[in-house]
Design a protein around this ligand. Sequence first.
Ligand code: SAM
Length: 232
Amino acid sequence: LCVTHPLGPGQAVPLSPDQANYLFAVMRLGPGDRVALFNGRDGEWTAEVVEGSKRGGTLACLGLAAPQLNPPDLWLLFAPIKKERTDFIVEKAAELGCAKILPVQTEFTNAARIKQDRLQAHALEAAEQCLGTYVPEVSDLQPLQKVLKSWNPARRILWGDESLVGPAQTLAGLAPGPWAILVGPEGGFSETERHQLRALPFVTPVSLGPRILRADTAACAAITLWQSSLGD
Ligand code: SAM
C-alpha cells in the first residue's frame, strides 16, 4: 500500500477513507494483520493494523522489509494517444523504471487534455503491482514547445525519430547521466518539429528498428533499450 506519511520504527500511519475501505471492507483485514507499506522515500515497511473501519484507521510500522529502490534518472516524454493506450504507456513506463512521466502536446497530438489524476493513479498501481518502492510523478499535459524552451540541457533527450526507420540503433556508448526519452503520437512529428529537434544539441535521434511501431510499443522499446544500456 502506498501512503504519503513518513515510515519508520513504531511510526503510526493514518489511513485515508479509500485506503481504509480497501483494507477493511475489501480485503477484510482486522487488528494485528500485516500490511506492506511504502511512500516512495523510506523503503518498504511491514506494518500492522492497530484499528480500522471502512472510513479510516491506523497502522503501525514494525520493521523495514526492503530498502528504498529508486529508478535510474530516466524520464519519459510522450504525446498522449487514445485513452487505453495512454494508460498503457504510463503503466509500462512505471513498471520499466522511469523516474518521471511527462505527457506532451505535439502538433499532431489529438488529445487536448489528459486526466492527470487518473494517470498518476495508474503509475501508483503499477508501482504497487511490481513491488516497487517508487512511484513516478506524472505531470499534466504541456506543449512540447514549452517543455523544450525551459529544458535543462544537462538532461539529454533520446528521440524516437520514425523518419530514421531502419536498423535499430544500439544504445551502447550513450553517455551516462540524466536522460529523457521522447516518443511522438500516432501521426508522428511534424516536419517543423523534426527540424527543431534536430537543431537541439541535447537531442539524440534514434531508430527503433525497421518497422514503424505504435507509440505505446515505441515507448516500451525505447525505455527497454535505454535500460539495457544505462539503467539497472
Ligand atoms: N505516423 C508516423 C509515420 O507514419 O511515420 C508514425 C508515428 S509512430 C506510430 C509514433 C511514434 O513512435 C513516433 O513519433 C516515434 O517517436 C516512435 N516510433 C515508432 N516507430 C519508430 C521507429 N522505427 N524508430 C524510431 N521511433 C519510432
